[in-house]
Design a protein around this ligand. Sequence first.
Ligand SMILES: Nc1ncnc2c1ncn2[C@@H]1O[C@H](COP(=O)(O)OP(=O)(O)OP(=O)(O)O)[C@@H](O)[C@H]1O
Length: 263
Amino acid sequence: MRLVRSFTVTPHLLSPPHSIHPSRIDGIESGVAIECSNLNYSITKKQRKLVPILRDCSFSVPLGQLWMLLGPNGCGKSTLLKVLAGLLKPTNGHVYVKRPKSFVFQNPDHQVVMPTVEADVAFGLGNLNLTHDEVRSKVAKALDAVGMSNYLQRPVQTLSGGQKQRVAIAGALAEACKVLLLDELTTFLDESDQFGVIEAVKNSLGDSRDVTALWVTHRLEELEYADGAFYMEDGKIVMQADGVSILNFIKNRQSSYIERINS
Ligand SMILES: Nc1ncnc2c1ncn2[C@@H]1O[C@H](COP(=O)(O)OP(=O)(O)OP(=O)(O)O)[C@@H](O)[C@H]1O
């Protein structure tokens, strides 16, 4: 498991009964890549006081789609993504995420660990007993999916933030990842890098749509790329809909908030 850059979460990190509902193991057949029901996550503070962070979250993401997760600062987006990745164990409720799954971190400077693009994308393939040609072929295919084929021998320190994110995603794809969990990748990026990364994620879903992505963002303009989206507030999923409906919902909420503070 890679703790820096993207990492593929191995099955043993998720232990039933908290993480997999028995009746949902067949989620793959029903066309679902991610599914949560009544998911709660709380932290214990001083004097054993339980503080809820995620409250009764129920939602699903269909296979082969790019979904986005939005909500105000501190509403629980990153925590939810970490629960889906298996980094945090839910307090109760059920989680199903198709495997293998990879989590890509926000900071592009934490994404790449090897000196060249080729070495970095090949990094996770080391234990798989592959021939040199097989590794090269997987690396080439993954870099093609994120539009970075011409960067094979580039030293990673010469890449932009968005290019580093794309290399991290290629690393996950090379490892045959089926679900990408992407935590605010575009926060530190300029506009061209931002849309380069979104295009790369869209392309990563593949022609056969066998990869699914869940993308946490603050940037409303990214919603036009989404097949669907969630809006969270105070640890709850408030709405699950298409990108346009979520966009309108957030804009209405922002307008009524501005009206309230101006009145
Ligand atoms: N280990 C922890 N200890 C105490 N509070 C925590 C812990 N982890 C998360 N929280 C709190 O839980 C809430 C949700 O945090 P989280 O980072 O998931 O929100 P977020 O929606 O991703 O925020 P942002 O958009 O600012 O990144 C916040 O109020 C945060 O302070």
